[in-house]
Structures are given as C-alpha cells and as structure tokens.
Design a protein around this ligand. Structure first.
Ligand code: NAG
Ligand code: NAG
Ligand code: NAG
Ligand code: NAG
Length: 300
C-alpha cells in the first residue's frame, strides 16, 4: 500500500521513528511492489549518493546480509551502504562502473516478506561513453519496518555485457584487437586505482611502496580477471573496491592492495561458492524447504 511508503518517507524526512510505522513481516503484493520501487528509485543517480553514509538507515536493516554473485557477500548496513550506493555514484571517476539513470521492472513475484524481481537498468558508463542496459535479478527480504534484511543479486548476462563494454573502449582508444583493448583498459583501471591509493591510503592503510609498484602489480602481477571473478585475486576485483576506498580507507584500502584484504583473494572453489551456507533466513517462506542448503542456521 502507498501508506507504507508514505510512512517510510515520513520517517526519512523527519529523522525519527514514526510510531505508526508498519510492524509486520507479512506484506501484500502491492506493498512489496512499492518497496521494490522504493529501492530502485533510491539506487538511481544522484539519489544514491544520499545513502552512502554509514548511518543512513533508510534502506538496509542494521544486520543486513547481502550477496552479489560476481563479487562476494556483504554484511551489515555500513558496508552495504558503501557498496550498493557508492559503487554506482561516481560518473567522474575513471572505471567500468557508471551511474544508473533509469529502471524498469520486467519480472516480479512476491509473497510474505520476500520479493523476487528482474529489473532493467540503464547505466551511463561515462569513462567509455556508453549508455547500456543491464538486467539485475534480485531477491529481497524485508524486516518489519520495510528495510532490507537480506538480499541476493545477480547481474544477468554479465559476461555478455563485457562485449559492448570492451567494444566501446576499443572505439574510444581506436583499437580493434581485443587483447590490445584489454591491455589498454587494464592500464586505465590500474592508473585510477593507484591514484586512489596515493590519495587515500596513507600510514597504516598504505598497501604499495609507490605508485609505480602499484601499477606494476596491477598490470603484470595479477590477472585482469573474468567478469565472474570480481571477488577473486584480479584487477577487476580491485576495480570494484577502488570506488569505495574514499568512503572508508581503513576498511577498503586492503582490498585494492596486493593481498586483497580478504575480498580480492583466490580462497574458494566453485563448489564452495555454490554451496555456501550464508543466509540467516530461508528464501522459501511458510516453512517449506526446511533443509535449505543456503541457510546458515538461526531463524528458519
Ligand atoms: C512490533 O512487534 C514486536 C513483536 O513482533 C513488538 O515487540 C513491538 O513492540 C512492536 N512495535 C510496535 C511499535 O508496535
Ligand atoms: C550521520 O553522520 C554524519 C557525518 O558522517 C552526520 O553529519 C549526521 O548528523 C549523522 N546523522 C545521523 C542521523 O546520525
Ligand atoms: C552520461 O554521462 C555524461 C557525463 O556525465 C553526460 O554528459 C551524458 O549526458 C550522460 N548520458 C545520459 C544519457 O544521461
Ligand atoms: C514500460 C515502462 O515501465 N517504462 C518506464 C521505464 O523507465 C522509465 C524511466 O525510469 C519510465 O519513464 C518509463 O515509464
């Protein structure tokens, strides 16, 4: 119902909890549809910039758990505000990410406090002068206040997306050979990441002895990476984390460093990824699938 969002918005603007805020975890299809739209409206640029702060409690529950398939899992509100809203909010920062400028939901099923959707987003990949659609499959689960308590997100056709992305880069650099394009993109990304390191990773947060060391490591000592390896020991993984460093250097500097800070590391097999018992809550409501292999335990 519209009331739910009005209350949520009222809560946001007033900064205090509205006592009449919904207090239930069984939502109607319409309420879940409104919550889904509320998320995407806030994901669009530049609205997303307003949610990067650690203390923004308008979208995620404090103990939210999230998984983004090509990367990793993200625990807690602060980290999720930084990743989900910070990654796609910097049109002037060189890289493969850019701001989402429009969305349309193309598939939507919802029950209880769970919504599964496919959403077409239009991204403006400013570095490569490319405006391109991406399809994101999401599962959202909400707590009693309409905040996301857990989510699971998949960029559909992510590998394929790299084809037009690299073509756009080739056009910009006047290159046709795919290996040459990748080398050029690698050097562009490495330069951006190493500049971030220079600007934000000082003292105990420093990862590389010099910018030159950083460039050598990122272009020669670590692989570029496949699109599905954004959570492994790759340049692409460090490219993801590059966008978060400025928001919290002590947390994110290690992720762009040589040892990957636990995020950009090769520590898991395919089987471990696919079978990981990560979520505290089941994605199957009403007590079905009581031995759901993705549930870690805790609340069934
Ligand atoms: C919401 O429900 C919980 C129990 O599920 C209860 O403890 C709490 O007092 C309720 N809050 C309001 C504002 O009604
Ligand atoms: C959130 O943190 C910012 C500083 O990062 C501060 O200015 C603001 O007052 C805080 N807001 C709340 C609601 O605590
Ligand atoms: C994409 O971003 C560029 C640079 O900020 C801007 O000039 C252009 O208008 C944007 N394109 C769209 C479709 O918003
Ligand atoms: C068919 C449909 O839902 N179109 C919408 C796609 O998104 C744009 C901008 O977000 C809307 O203006 C369209 O109405």
């Amino acid at each position: 119902m519209v009331l739910l969002l009005q209350l949520l918005l009222c809560y946001l603007t007033s900064g205090t909890v509205v006592s009449a805020s919904p207090n239930h975890t069984h939502y109607s299809y319409h309420e879940l549809w409104m919550l889904q739209n509320y998320f995407w409206q806030n994901f669009l640029y530049p609205t997303n910039r307003g949610h990067i702060r650690a203390n923004d409690s308008s979208i995620f529950a404090a103990d939210v758990q999230g998984r983004v398939h090509a990367t990793r899992t993200f625990d807690g509100r602060e980290l999720n505000n930084e990743y989900i809203f910070g990654l796609f909010s910097q049109p002037d920062h060189p890289g493969i990410f850019g701001p989402p400028i429009a969305y349309n939901i193309t598939q939507f099923a919802a029950t209880d406090n769970i919504a599964a959707a496919t959403t077409l987003l239009s991204f403006n990949i400013t570095t490569f002068q490319l405006v391109i659609p991406a399809a994101i499959d999401t599962w959202f689960q909400y707590d009693s206040s309409g905040r996301i308590i857990q989510y699971d997100a998949v960029f559909r056709w992510l590998d394929y997306l790299f084809v037009p992305l690299m073509q756009a880069a080739g056009k910009l650099f006047h290159l046709e050979d795919s290996a040459a394009i990748q080398t050029k993109v690698a050097s562009l990304l490495a330069d951006a990441i190493c500049q971030t390191h220079q600007d934000h990773c000082h003292g105990a947060n420093q990862q590389y002895a010099s910018k030159e060391d950083c460039l050598v490591f990122l272009t020669r000592r670590v692989r570029f990476g496949q699109p599905y390896e954004m959570g492994q020991n790759t340049l692409l993984c460090r490219e993801v984390h590059d966008n978060m460093v400025q928001f919290n250097p002590s947390v994110h500097c290690p992720h762009i460093g040589p040892n990957g800070g636990g995020y950009c590391v090769d520590d898991r097999t395919y089987q471990q990824v696919v079978l990981e018992k990560y979520f505290q809550r089941s994605w199957v409501p009403y007590g079905y699938a009581d031995h759901n292999p993705w549930v870690a335990g805790g609340t069934p």
